[in-house]
Design a protein around this ligand. Sequence first.
Ligand code: GLN
Length: 540
Amino acid sequence: MSKTKFIFVTGGVMSSLGKGLASASIGALLEGRGLSVSLQKLDPYINIDPGTMNPFQHGEVYVTDDGAETDLDLGHYQRFTNSKLTKKNNLTTGQIYNSVITKERQGEYLGKTVQVIPHITDEIKSGILAIANGNGGVDVAIIEIGGTVGDIESLPFLEAVRQLRFDLGKENTLFIHLTYVPYVAPAGELKTKPTQHSVKDLLSIGIQPDVLLCRADRYLPEDIKGKISHFCNIRSEAVISAKDVEIIYEVPIVFHREMLDDIIVENLNMWTKKLDISHWERLVDRWKNLSEDVSIGVVGKYVSQKDAYKSLHEALWHGGIHNDFKVNIVYVDSEEIESGGGDVVLSRVDGILVPGGFGKRGFEGKISAAKYAREHNVPFFGICLGMQMAVVEFAKNVCEIPDAHSSEFNENMPNAVVHLMEDQKTVSDKGGTMRLGAYPCSVKPGTLTYKAYGCSEISERHRHRFEINNTYRDRFQQGGLRLSGLSPDGGLIEMVEIKDHPWFVGCQFHPEFKSTPLNPHPLFRDFIKAAIGYKSSRAD
Ligand code: GLN
């Protein structure tokens, strides 16, 4: 049997209470006590993965090194812990059913009637156990169950973890339930009823939570904790205030103040060293004492759904703190730039970032943003589609190819400077078929990119179908576009820079996925540094 202990994190009352952040913060606390952790998200939807979902609905698709398109909570896990994230760390109902149905077709169930219990639940259980064993046997696996208790969709997941408590024993499993304790201003009271009801819902399916994380706008007073304890059969010390915080990296600090890590290790009967979270405390302290800020315009199509740019938002913030500046992110709808007035907004920011994206809508606005940055010497960072649009702009206006285009938006234009990769031309399935996951890249010495990374061999994560067209290499270079990063065989253009510009960098990959607050990504760090330089040059 595996030596790994399991923590199951469920959510009640309503969504958006921060279950992903709570799980990631628990991971940070346990790592701070010297334990190794792995985190996994169980998603109740029927899609195999979120890769085919609209960002407006689902938010960002987080990509792992091994090329899995996963839920954005995995990004939180990466930013808070050293947990190694792979395909196995995000399990969906779609994947579970897919594998059960495949086994059924292959006759593996030997004539049995295939049912939710035990076949679906067994498949879920083996998916959960796989992350514990798969990572060389971590000390603690934290399993976040998506959805809200009471939803029909998540029932098989809850049944599976209920069974796991029985299979693995009480000392090896812990149930943590996140709820909401609203403060009702007219009554001047914190209300515990929603928490009581949501614990009842859990009890009705056979799960008694061991710990409650109570999301509230304040620390819960002892009498409220006592009341919750009494009604929910939970020790008062295990009723934890999950108080709202100014910045997300404060969550582990709040949890520790409430002694959550002590309660966890005590319940799981684990002996660990004393907690060290001084790095999180220093980080939060540093942030709270920042007095200056720098404005970055993010020009995209999904700006009304901030979750679509989750990792990007964090990576910009990481770059800021490293330079001792707060980053003020100004989201600019690329369609608004198209309908005029873009220059006014862009003239107010100190750096322009065009992130990744798909589809035709708003692409002209992204091209205009790149043009503005190039012509006005504003620091520019183009990521994936952002780099592709910057290259189209450069081809049009510097290399004098007026009909330069990307074949993603217009298949019939002759000068497709961005075109479909050869091996994509025969692909018809949409799910999991892009160029996905980590690829090595060779960085050219003497470039801004080399200066940022400080080395020539890097590895970054990709998620795209289109590439810069090699036919135009000479013309790009003659115009002053540096091909600063190539695939190791030289066949693919992975990064570009504009020679005569203070900081204009494009990359085909997504650096935001690898940035963490304690280890900011070098490109974001240097982009923010350039934006700070631009801001001060404007003030002169
Ligand atoms: N739509 C572009 C492509 O598929 C860019 C993708 C992205 O920005 N992630 O190549």
